[in-house]
Every structure is written in structure tokens, then in C-alpha cells.
Design a binder for this molecule. Sequence first.
Ligand code: FAD
Length: 453
Amino acid sequence: APVVVWLRRDLRLADQPALSVAASEGPVIPVFVLDDEIPGDRKLGGASRWWLHHSLEALARSLGRHRSKLILRRGDSVAELVKLAKETGAKAVHAIAHHEPWWREAEEALARKLDLHIHDGNYLLPPGAVTTGSGSPYKIYTPFAKVAIQRLPERDPLDEPALTSPATWPKSDELADWNLLPTRPDWAAGLRKDWVCGEAAAHDTLDEFLHIAPDYERDRNLPSIAGTSRLSPHLHWGEISPTQVWHALAGKRGEGVSTFRGELLWRDYAQTVIWQFPDYAKASYRHDFRHLKWRRSKEDLAAWQQGRTGYPLVDAGMRQLWTTGWMHNRVRMIAASFLIKHLLIDWREGERWFWDTLVDADYANNAVNWQWVAGSGVDANLFTRIMAPLTQSPKFDAAGYIREWVPELADLSDADIHDPPDEQRGGYPAKIIGHREARERALGAYRAMKTTI
Ligand code: FAD
């Protein structure tokens, strides 16, 4: 009897334990279910849908090379998998563990109906594997990373398995019928220009990064140069596993490589946070922050989303995000801090916007980083440490980045571009609020929160 492999954010053939184990047990039916029901209000955002379309296309091609097929179904994952198992007489379902709360519930529901086998494989270590002396999971990144790093690498990556096909293939949806790509308006030109989706492209991206990895420590904070790996959407969609990335770095030394490993561990850490606190994206983890009087300003939120705040580095970042589905990490921190502190808008508004616009939108990484910036998280920066975007911009040498993304300022000098003088702003908006005024407003709201609780 055939075995079903249920694919979600693990769209690869190599180092895919669910696929490898299934292949050793019988003919394999790989299935992806487009599920807009189980995730509730966490349906995939627009940029995620775009990526998914191309990633599924690439995966179907790779499976074709193995004379296998990708079966596409749409609906409630549990119901669709039960139906598929019945149609095909499949004896078991294999899947990689996913820790978003809706997927955990779906895995539990499915396990009550079918012979479900869950494998680890999307993280360096499964959440909960690293514990404190008293046996509880870590809540703070630094001690977590210190212990995790001693355990790694746990295993070598798996090769692509040989696949055998079932006697007959079940029916499949047509990918084009899912309408995952935007039509009118077609906002995806910048995404098409910047990204190649799929497993092969993920490995090409890793290979390119290996050349610059020694300089990562120096370059990763400079948005004007390509100093980071840009692996985030590939890792999010599981086109490459973190174990494969870790393995590729084996034997490489230097500060750049160890800092990069630390970033990969942030990904694992974020996963342990949502595994411990499933509703982490729903409300501030620190209860006092639930009393903070956020401003509700549709105009200010729209100005931030559209890159019209009058702060060049913030606007450059928000426009890069809108155009390409990605934003440099340093700029993500500055833009997030600006929304939360300068505009005093609830971090959840920003988290939602990122969810819809990032090609690497990830429930854990997004919520953990937003709450880190807000100061409301289990591990967090201080709310009272307010980033000054106008100082950060020259500090991280962002002139080239601003010229690229805010072309109306392209002719300004390196000295002026970070904070253009009034007479040189041309059509570029005036500052939405002054830095000092914003800072005082934020600190005032914070003090008021502290006295109300
Ligand atoms: P590199 O610097 O090359 O890092 C390598 C990998 O490590 C990344 O691909 C990513 O998987 C992981 N990583 C790096 N930094 C972090 C981090 N701070 N937290 C968790 N994992 C990390 N990352 C996402 O993948 N999805 C998100 O939805 C997301 N939302 C964010 C929201 C905010 C407000 C901030 C400040 C950061 C967010 N990040 C998110 C983290 C980080 O910005 C991106 O992972 C990184 O910019 C991706 O670029 P890269 O692949 O070139 O990173």
C-alpha cells in the first residue's frame, strides 16, 4: 500500500526525513494541501502565496525527475488527508513537525484518524530538546544558544531518497487554478526580479553566501551591501534545511561564521518560544504592555506602510519590503521601532503588515522579533531604548540603500541624504513627527502604563 507524505513548509527532496522514511516503506504519494481554513486568521499573506506558487512548481518539477508527482488538494488539511488516504488505500501519513499552533492542532486531529508519523527536520534541534538544569525549556536566547551550540551538529543531512510511484495516481488540482499569483494589480514584478524559488535556488543561494560568510560580521549590518545570506524565504518554506546550512559551514572558522550560526539559532529559539507560548503573536507577552495606550491612527499607519514617514531610512526599508517582499534585518529593526515608538502604534499592526508582505513571513520569527523590538516579549529590548533613525542611518552607512529605494532623494549628498534639509526635500514628505517629540510621547505612554498597573 502507498504511503502519503504531507508537505507544508518543507518543500524539498533532500534532508526531508518524512520523505526519506516514507520512501523506505512503500510507494510515495506527496501531497500539498492549500488550507485556508485551519490557520484561521493566519491565512497565508500575499507575498507568501506568490512564493508558494513558484516553490510548488519547482517541487513538482523535481518530483517529475524522480517519475513521481506532486498531488495538490485544497481545503481543510485533516479532511483532505483522510479523504486521500481512503481513495488511495494509503496505510500511513508521514510529515515533518510544524509548531505553529494551528498545525499542532491539525497534527493531533489527524493522528486520531490516521496512522500519522511526525518527524523532526525543519529545525536544528526540536523545540524542547534543549533544557535548563531543572529540565524546563529556555525562555531567553543567550543561554538557549549557549547550550544548543554544544549539541550541534546533531546529524548529517540526508540525501534525496529514491521514490517509487503508486500503481495509480490520485487526482490533483491544477496549481494555476489556485490563483496564488496576483493579477490586477500585478504587484509582483519586484519579487520576480529578486527571487528564484525552490530547492535548487536555495542551494545556489547558500553557495553564494559561503563566499561572503567570512565578512558576515562586518557587513551584515550594512543595508547598502549584500552582506547577508538572503536564505530566509528558502528556510521558511523548507526548500533547504538548517541542518544542510549548518553542515555547509562545517570546518569554516571566524567571527563571521560564528555570528551567522548564532542567527540560525535565533530561528530555532523563536520556534521554542511559540512552542511554549502558542499565542505569542496575539498579545504582548508581558502583561503590563497590554495596558499601554497605543495610538490608533490610520493615516500614520498608512504612511509607515507606504514609506512616506519623512525618515529616509525607514521609508527606504518599507519600500524595499513592498517592492521585493524582503527587508534588510537592520532596517527591519529600525522600521519596527519607528512604528512602535515614534508612531506609538501597536506592534501587532506592524506584525500583520509584515505577515502579508514578507516572502519570509514566519509566525515565530515575526512575532518574536516584533515583541523583541517592542520590549513586550519574553526576551526583549528595553522599550525605553529608543532608536534614533537619523543617527542609525549614517552609522550603518545607508546612503546607497536610500538612493536605491527613495529615488527622489538620489541626488542628495552623503551628508544630507540621511536627514534632508527642508529646501532639498523636493517632493519627499516632511517628517511625520519630530524625533524628540516622538521620543517624549513614547516615554510618556510608557510611564503612564507603569503607573496604571
Ligand atoms: P541572515 O543574516 O543571512 O541570517 C540567516 C538566517 O538566520 C535567516 O535566513 C533566518 O532564517 C535566521 N535569522 C536571522 N536573523 C534572525 C532573527 N532575528 N530571528 C529569527 N531568525 C533569524 N525573519 C523571518 O525569517 N521571518 C519573519 O517573518 C521575520 N520577521 C521579522 C520582523 C522584525 C521586526 C525583525 C526585526 C526581524 C524579522 N525577521 C524575520 C528576522 C530577520 O530580519 C530575517 O530573518 C533576516 O533579515 C533574513 O535575511 P537573511 O536570510 O539574509 O538573514
